[in-house]
Write a protein that binds this ligand. Sequence first.
Ligand code: MN
Length: 730
Amino acid sequence: MADRLDRYREKRDPGRTPEPFGGAHVRPDDPLAPRLFVVQKHAARRLHWDFRLELDGTLRSWAVPKGPSYDPADKRMAVEVEDHPIEYADFEGLIPAGNYGAGAVIVWDRGAWTPRSDPREGLARGKLVFELAGQKLRGEWTLVRTRRDQGGKQGWLLIKHRDAYAGPGREVPEESVLSGLLLEQLAAGEDRAARAAGEARRLGARARHVGWGRPMAATDAAGPPAGAGWLFEPRYDGYRVLARQGGGRAELRYAGGGDATPIFPEVARALEKLDDGALVDGELVVLDPDGRPSAAALRDRAALARRADVERASFERPATLFAFDLLALGGLDLRPLPLRDRKRLLAMVVPRLGALRYADHVEGRGEELLREVEARGLPGVVVKRADSPYAAGRSPDWRTIRAAGARRSEGSAPPPRVPSRAAEPPRVEVTNAEKVFFPGDGITKGDVVVYYREIAPFMLPWLKDRPIVLTRFPDGIEGKSFYQKDAPDWRPAWLRTVKLRNEDGRDLDHFLVDDEDGLAWIANLGVIPIHVHASRAGALDRPDWCVVDLDPKEAPFRDVVRLARALHELCEEVGLPSYPKTTGQQGLHVLVPLGGQLTNAQARTLGELLARAVEREHPQLATTTRAIGARGGRVYLDFMQNGAGKTIAAPYAVRPRPGAPVSTPLRWSEVDGRLDPARFTIRTVPARARRLRVDPLLPVLSLAPDLLAAVARLRGLLRTGAAPAAPRGR
Ligand code: MN
């Protein structure tokens, strides 16, 4: 039987689009059970809304040019399109130019759909009646097949039933329920974090890392305080949670320190979209259909442990994290700022709807809010001094006032059960942590493992899906070492591997590192450097970058800097983005993003053209000759690290040299006469990465430059010594 996802896969190239490529999932199959639905707003050639219903392991999909309407009189055309994988429900981003459906996509709505009768029969008959429980779309709807054929595609109509939710002129917010961004903002690359961080700096916030700490807590009060200068927020009586985004990864922690991330994936996904280095304080609740927090539903959610149960609950009974404070952003410590300013910054970065939501306040009208809160059956209000800083522990600056009739027993209790993962033994036990690995520096094996854990949020994007090659130093840098490509049989089951054929035709299991524990497990093997392939499993002949390695051997480092800058200028001239990093040895790597547009062989050709052009321009400083004797004190421009099976030292990899230097991503502004690669070590790089907050090398993984034009201009330049002018428009 043909796979229902075949058509989806035929239209897309995994090397060129960030869209997910999951297989079909099997889910429990009571025909009337609630299932996942998602609506994505998509600025493809024509703007449309993609309406997707989970059924039998895929997302059945319709393109709705005008979008769903709450007016039962609007019969909205819906064109049946190919099934999408379930993972697509979380996809929000830019599909690069040249790909199928190129353009911006936001998650416009998400929730549960419940068929009123057997959905397979309904689809076969051409009429499907169902209920939606999303953030925006609710109540009963029908999809009905039309006779008209939409250019070879089946047409349907999406119609709202007359019910309590229906009504002409009902306004629906347009922003994403995941990130809070409008489609236009996402398409324009809106950087909320940079704006908010700039504002925080203007307000006097200083750069400092803010760790997990004890949250600020309120004291009890009888009634609203007199006088001005107080902010009133509703109380939620859920679980107090601190939430951090770092390197694109989200982490949720209960006030007691337990890890809540795996229990509330819908909140974690929204948090991932938040801006780098954000640390948010808030209250986690599960709302009932009337929008009131339900203590029982929250307890039930927190008790779930099986992944399938958690995923199902994440759309059937989604949790909401009401964010009421912002402690850090972009490497800045916001805690000393007045609460009023912190909340203004919070409102700049946190969405107003969805699983992670800005908790609004009123100023000075506490009696009114308290009455409103009582009328809505909420537990009470929290009153906060508007000019107070954030301080750990109980403080008279925060006071809690209970609503009349609110039950005390439903207070903000700690979660009933520490979530399953925290109770399990750690997945990685470090052995021989005290063994000295860098004798001149007193750096131990344990220090190396700690470094890799610390740098994981920044390093993991470079490891994801990339086969790696390890170099093990069981006795430190002065002992014996050996390469290891093949993952040993005794590896833990949770570490992924991929088979790769090596030069002598043997299939070897290469490790794939997905998470911090994986990185720590590898480091515990006594691994110092980690080398990565330029391509990813599933698209091994589609490298993501082309690299030129500037290797000085006897040449002075200032020549490396001059040549790196020359290479940068050359790339600019021919229209190629380029990004530098230290190798962690004596040289520099310059990476050019390829966006999966070239084969390994073509990437090597590009590297060779770049290296030869620089060599030709600087024959006294540069050579492309490999033999050390023939280099004559010149810097070797090595393009041979491109090609099938070739690897480079991963960004953030430690090198086995005195001082424990690290291969470190740089900004071009740092590549000048003052650059000293020896400054970047396992002792300095984690703080630097947090301070920069965005990895300067990261665009390498997302850009897809016009390579045909660049190569043509490079060839022209090598023929004539001058780059031909860019072609003029017709
Ligand atoms: Mn679409």
